[in-house]
Design a protein around this ligand. Structure first.
Ligand code: HSE
Length: 328
């Protein structure tokens, strides 16, 4: 049986999740895909620290070493920030590796470029994990777009914000307590300011905009407001009136072709589809011409939901490459 070698770039919460799932599902993936997958390299900034027992021999700090590994064909990327992630993936693609990324900061800005480069090199880019964690919004939207037009997208795209707002309301926790818990559960970014300032939801919204409309609004024209100014008493008052705070990201293509977007907290009532979306859950409502409105809801952050969709991307890519549909 053929063996494919893979590398994991970045070995934090998501990178470790990929490693665990690939180990747990090794036999099953082998049987379904007819190909064995071996994690041959793990790229980190400090190779002296073994995060997962038994991985010390796989650690490297050198992208050259990753690409020099014979048979390297798949690169999972779970690094934070645009660089060096984009440069690494560019080199991987030019080396004819398929790439699967969870990096929304990089992908919001360089995603279209990376996909063009991948196309030119005959490889695939998986980016389901960049947006809405375990919610399969990218593959669903790609499918919908084969027939439908999407005119508007509205969603709760940051699990940390939703978790904090939920715990402040339902448990009476302070903002700081809820944020600390979101960090310890692996929901928040390395710099949680990206979550609570709305920047994380904004990047995900731009990825959805590029997919739905083939373009993004001018970033400078998008109002991005976080949840950092919402106080415990505001949350309590809203709750007493039967309302809930949700951090909502929305983008729309107007009839004149202009794309407009905004990100910020909104008060929603019981009738609103986002009202019941609590805890770390994300929700994405897609307005389409034939289906009508389709809403997807699920865990928006965390090690396993995010890592699991990256492994799904791998299975889909390998299935496509081999020209067969992966069956369950
Ligand atoms: N920090 C992100 C969130 C992780 O809370 O939604 C998933 O992208």
């Amino acid at each position: 049986m053929a063996t494919i070698k893979a590398a994991i770039l970045g070995f934090g919460t998501v990178g470790q999740g990929i490693y665990h799932i690939l180990n747990e599902k090794r036999e099953e993936l082998k049987n379904k895909l007819g190909i064995e997958l071996e994690v041959a390299k793990i790229l980190v900034t400090d190779a002296s620290r073994e995060r997962v027992p038994g991985t010390a021999h796989l650690m490297t700090t050198s992208m050259e070493e990753v690409l020099a590994e014979s048979g390297m064909q798949v690169v999972f990327e779970a690094i934070v920030n645009e660089e060096p992630a984009y440069s690494y993936l560019k080199r991987a693609v030019e080396h004819k590796c398929h790439v699967i990324t969870a990096n929304k900061v990089m992908f919001a800005k360089r995603g279209l470029e990376l996909q063009d480069l991948a196309k030119a090199n005959g490889v695939f880019v998986g980016f389901e994990a960049t947006t809405a964690g375990g919610v399969p919004v990218i593959k669903t939207m790609k499918n919908i777009l084969l027939v439908n037009d999407v005119s508007r997208i509205q969603g709760v795209l940051n699990g940390t914000c939703n978790y904090i707002l939920t715990k402040m309301r339902a448990e009476g926790w302070s903002f700081d307590t809820a944020l600390k818990e979101a960090q310890s559960l692996g929901y928040a970014e390395a710099d949680p300011y990206n979550d609570i300032s709305g920047q994380d939801a904004f990047k995900k919204l731009m990825i959805l905009s590029a997919l739905a409309f083939g373009e993004q609004p001018d970033w400078a024209d998008v109002d991005v407001i976080g949840i950092d100014s919402i106080s415990a008493s505001q949350v309590r008052e809203a709750c007493e009136k039967g309302l809930r705070y949700r951090h909502v990201a929305e983008v729309e293509k107007l009839t004149n072709g202009k794309i407009v977007a905004k990100v910020g907290p909104q008060l929603v009532d019981k009738e609103h589809p986002l009202y019941p979306v609590d805890d770390v859950f994300n929700a994405v409502a897609l307005e389409t011409n034939y289906i009508g409105t389709l809403t997807l809801v699920g865990p928006g952050a965390g090690m396993y939901p995010t890592a699991s969709v990256m492994v799904e991307d791998y299975a889909e890519i390998i299935g496509k490459r081999a020209g067969f549909v992966v069956t369950i």
